[in-house]
Ligand binder design. Structure first.
Ligand code: ADP
Ligand code: PEP
Ligand code: K
Ligand code: MG
Length: 572
């Protein structure tokens, strides 16, 4: 059985007049030798077009019928199955459990002392890590370089496509290292000194250094000092030069470089520290490091406006070879919520950084802020990560706090320094699978408006194709969506629709494949393909059948951005 729908669009170098619709003459023809009733072939053809694509394949019903009969004749053994690259864990999962049970939600793991070794990284990759995050708040550049090297080696040697995300420190106020112990406990009533002094020799007991020079000037006696958004609380009792004496009012564990906020009369104090640049001088050096190392994502802490994102993007474009580093805006401050839409529009994705966000807005407002951010990202077709306190929030809810079908969930301390990083990942993975199954069984296809985000008519066509293909996939209960995509854009548009079936995304570039690993529901494959969809499908079917990843009779919908089309077919 085969059915196809093609949109024949002009190639991108042709500019369309504003009232483009008059240029297009839709024509509907129905003919198929084998299935005369059910096969429909729509052709929309532009008379302004001079596409290099093969019109024989595109626009004639006979041509289409020919393609599919040839697909069915291609012997699986005639192609080299090594010329398609896919994550070995996903491959095994597909073979063993079938399409439906593949996980759609992506998992990001922060790498720290508990997980920086090659075997530990491999265990995380086997456990489903899609993106490894390194947090420049901690560790040395040399340490991070070794982690990146190991992840790259893991990908090469073991067939993973784990992407690397570098997260900047930002210039918010935080404690320094604890000069020795990995953590310290502050007890109720104890007096601790917070200071901007630097110490050469061992520092006095119960003394914490602070990274922000203006700290002692900005705080006032009576202010409340919150460590990590309230994990530990102090009251400022005295200021002596660079030293600020505080009494612990809520005991807990102090971790190196923990975030500090101070509150006055129930409000967050934003004095001169609000003027600190989003990207500090040290962050710029870390960004240079990330560009040199060729990381896949750079996450920017405490983004306040779109301006800083635009600045960074042009900085990267001027320096990075292929300028293919995606910039992720961390939403973790009041300012970022105020300028949410412009920030997300400027970025290549966003992170709901609930750790710091929960320290800046009342905790009970975090879930609604999260819902708003996740929805907006989906509408604007940007990947979104929900981060921090995932497992904690599952004490009350079976899902990591209604993550609203975010693209990805992120582990922080659990994977960086916890005792059970693999277990934490397993929990997150099984929760993701369970909630995804529930969504499908409940047929909770959201009625969410997915507005047009494209700026050209060709992009609008891509969006319509993907929206329709995703809807068709749900209604026809197909086994998989296939998308052939050069830049990954068409794949992202399918992911945005959150269809019931997995999306096999074929792309010829390794870096695009790694980046697509952050997107909900996408199984990225590296495959070189041509402008000829006939041979692309031929090859893919053969390669995947040879690897046991699909079988004859599977129902597939294929879309492509090389020639904007939708095809519905059973694997021959
Ligand atoms: N590269 C590293 N080196 C040492 N410790 C790390 C590293 N990355 C993370 N950690 C530890 O894991 C904890 C959780 O990580 P994360 O949430 O990314 O940082 P933070 O707590 O600073 O927001 C950190 O507080 C720190 O103790
Ligand atoms: C992810 C977060 O950022 P970081 O761990 O860098 O503080 C957060 O605040 O939730
Ligand atoms: K950070
Ligand atoms: Mg943060």
């Amino acid at each position: 059985m085969s059915q196809s729908l093609h949109f024949f669009t002009p190639s991108s170098n042709i500019t369309l007049p504003k009232h483009h619709s008059s240029l297009f003459t839709p024509s509907l023809t129905t003919s198929n030798r084998r299935f005369p009733v059910t096969t429909k072939h729509f052709t929309i053809k532009s008379n302004a077009s001079s596409s290099s694509s093969d019109p024989k394949v595109l626009t004639t019903d006979n041509g289409t019928a020919e393609i599919l009969s040839r697909v069915s004749q291609t012997p699986a053994s005639s192609t080299d199955s090594s010329s398609i690259e896919v994550d070995s864990v996903t491959e095994a999962e597909l073979k063993e459990n079938g399409f439906r049970s593949t996980r759609r939600t992506k998992l990001v793991c922060t790498i720290g002392p508990a997980t920086c070794g090659f075997e530990q990284l491999e265990a995380l990759a086997v456990g489903g890590m899609n993106v490894a995050r390194i947090n420049m708040c901690h560790g040395t550049r040399e340490w991070h370089r070794r982690v990146i090297e190991r992840v790259r080696r893991l990908n090469e040697e073991k067939g993973f496509a784990v992407a690397i995300m570098m997260d900047t420190e930002g210039s918010e106020i935080h404690m320094g290292d604890l000069s020795g112990p990995p953590s310290a406990r502050a007890e109720d009533g104890e007096i601790w000194t917070f200071t901007v002094r630097a110490f050469d020799s061992p520092r006095p007991e119960r003394t914490i250094t602070v990274n922000y020079d203006g700290f002692a000037e900005d705080v006032k006696v009576g202010d409340e000092l919150l460590v990590d958004g309230g994990m530990v609380r102090f009251e400022v009792i005295e200021k002596i030069g660079p030293d600020v004496k505080c009494r612990c009012t809520d005991p807990g564990l102090l971790l190196p470089r923990a975030n500090l906020t101070f509150w006055r009369d129930g409000s967050l104090v934003r004095e001169r520290n609000a003027m600190l640049p989003t990207i500090s001088p040290k962050d710029w050096l870390d960004i240079d490091f990330g560009i040199t190392e060729g990381v896949d994502f750079i996450a920017i802490s405490f983004v306040k406006s779109a301006e800083v994102i635009n600045h960074l993007k042009s900085y990267i474009a001027a320096r990075s070879r292929d300028s293919d580093i995606a910039v992720i805006a961390k939403i973790e401050s009041i300012d970022s919520l105020k300028n949410l839409e412009e920030i997300i529009l400027a970025s290549d994705g966003a992170m709901v950084a609930r750790g710091d966000l929960g320290a800046q807005i009342p905790l009970e407002q975090v879930p609604s802020a999260q819902q708003k951010i996740v929805q907006l990202c989906r509408q604007l077709n940007k990947p979104v990560i929900v981060a921090s306190q995932l497992l904690e929030s599952m004490i009350e809810y079976p899902t990591p706090t209604r993550a609203e079908r975010a693209d990805a969930l992120m582990l922080s301390g659990e994977s960086a320094m916890g005792q059970f990083p693999d277990k934490a990942l397993t929990v997150l993975r099984s929760v993701s699978l369970r909630i995804e199954k529930w969504w499908r069984e409940e047929k909770r296809h959201e009625a969410m408006e997915l507005p047009d985000v494209g700026s050209s008519f060709a992009e609008s066509i891509s969006e319509e194709i993907c929206n329709s293909a995703a809807k068709m996939a749900n209604n026809l209960e197909v086994d998989a969506l296939f998308v052939y995509t050069k830049t990954g854009h068409m794949a992202s548009l399918l992911s945005r629709c959150r269809p019931d079936c997995p999306i096999f995304a074929f792309t010829s570039t390794t870096s695009v494949r790694r980046r697509l690993n952050l997107r909900w529901g996408l199984i990225p494959f590296r495959l070189s393909f041509s402008d000829d969809m006939e041979s692309n499908l031929n090859r893919t079917f053969s390669l995947l059948k040879a690897r046991g990843m699909i079988k004859s009779g599977d129902l597939v919908i294929a879309v492509s951005d090389v020639l904007q089309s939708i095809q519905v077919m059973n694997v021959p």
